[in-house]
Design a protein around this ligand. Structure first.
Ligand SMILES: C[S@@+](CC[C@H](N)C(=O)[O-])C[C@H]1O[C@@H](n2cnc3c(N)ncnc32)[C@H](O)[C@@H]1O
Length: 332
């Protein structure tokens, strides 16, 4: 079929105008990667992910230490909404069952408030560790009856085998680059049948990119993409599938480096370390007593997961399963 030249010219004009409109709208509404809060991902991914001796990030530890009195005061005056309404209710409900009569190691204990809370649940003993010397100082001052040590989560070699019934760790494991060797060591620390209970960043929420239209105060968190059918251009927001480093500023003050990893990687690392999975919780926020200023956040957390909680068990006998190898996964 031959297209008459006047029709061809007409079609070309239509496409040219559409192209100009697309470009204009792209310029005015295109969200920008948001470096404002210091949040950006490291395109190089996780460097040297095979070094199990890498014990924590010095700058993160220093930043927590620098703000340790602010942190302690904040925690002792009620903590953050994420703590009080999303994560701690589940963690403490589980600990109320696990704690009585137990020896508990609390890893990433911050300024010690959780150790004190857990100790009140009828434990035989609680030991708290954290990478930040400043936070451990606050913990010792605040709770002199509890034993505290400065130690990276990756380096608990000095604790004797089978010395704990429960390892409790709240919102700290995302700071640990390589879970498997670290979790294998936690298995050594636990008595047979012992529990490793931990909460960590949820890879859906923390895999999102923060974007903001130029000049707007509205923050948009995205994990998704746009695709333009004519030009085949795609724009991707966030990254769920890869194991990568994030640099961020926490509570507008504390400079932190942590790691995002997909659920499949979490599962492989847990299984390969030798733990059995007893429970997984993706907590929604508790809708009771929500302060007015957190009403929006509370609604978000009814639908978007911020944290994930794992209750793991050390088998009574040595694990016999074959290692689970990720297939088709870049998340090594
Ligand atoms: C979000 S705070 C949680 C503190 C406490 N568990 C709570 O929920 O209140 C994270 C804690 O992890 C500690 N941390 C960061 N990297 C760590 C590492 N590699 N080893 C041990 N602790 C670490 C920080 O010093 C900080 O106390």
């Amino acid at each position: 079929m031959v297209i008459p030249s006047y029709k061809l010219a007409y079609l070309l004009i239509i496409y040219a105008v559409r192209g100009i409109i697309w470009q204009m709208s792209d310029k005015t509404s295109k969200p920008e990667a948001e470096p404002k809060n210091g949040l950006f991902t490291d395109p190089a991914g996780v460097p040297d992910a095979k070094d199990p001796k890498q014990a924590g990030d010095e700058k993160t530890a220093d930043s927590y230490s620098q703000h340790s009195s602010f942190w302690a005061e904040r925690m002792r005056s009620g903590g953050s909404f994420s703590h009080t309404h999303i994560e701690k209710p589940v963690m403490y409900e589980k600990m109320a069952r696990l704690a009585p009569g137990s020896t508990v190691l609390c890893i990433g204990c911050g300024s010690g408030e959780e150790c004190a809370e857990v100790a009140e649940m009828g434990t035989a003993k609680v030991v708290g560790t954290d990478i930040s010397a400043g936070l451990i100082d606050e913990a010792k001052k605040g709770f002199p009856d509890i034993e505290f040590h400065v130690a990276a989560a990756e380096d608990h070699a000095k604790f004797a085998a089978e010395s704990f019934d429960v390892i409790y760790s709240s919102l700290t494991m995302h700071y640990v680059k390589n879970w498997q060797p670290v979790f294998t060591d936690y298995l050594r620390l636990l008595k047979p049948g012992g529990t490793f209970l931990f909460s960590t960043n949820h890879p859906i929420r923390w895999g999102m990119d923060m974007v903001r239209n130029q000049g707007s105060r509205v923050t948009t968190m995205l994990l998704g993409y746009t695709a333009e059918p004519d030009t085949l251009q795609v724009r991707i927001y966030g990254d769920y599938l890869n194991h990568f480093t994030k640099h961020d500023r926490f509570m507008k003050k504390i400079q932190v480096t942590y790691y995002n990893r997909p659920f499949s990687k979490m599962w492989h690392d847990i299984k390969n370390a030798g733990f059995d999975i007893i429970d997984i919780v993706e907590p929604k926020s508790v809708e009771k007593d929500v302060p007015e200023r957190f009403s929006g956040f509370s609604k978000i957390t009814q639908k978007i997961p911020y944290f994930i909680i794992f209750e793991l068990k050390k088998p009574l006998t040595s694990p016999t399963h074959e290692p689970v190898n990720p297939t088709n996964s870049p998340a090594q």
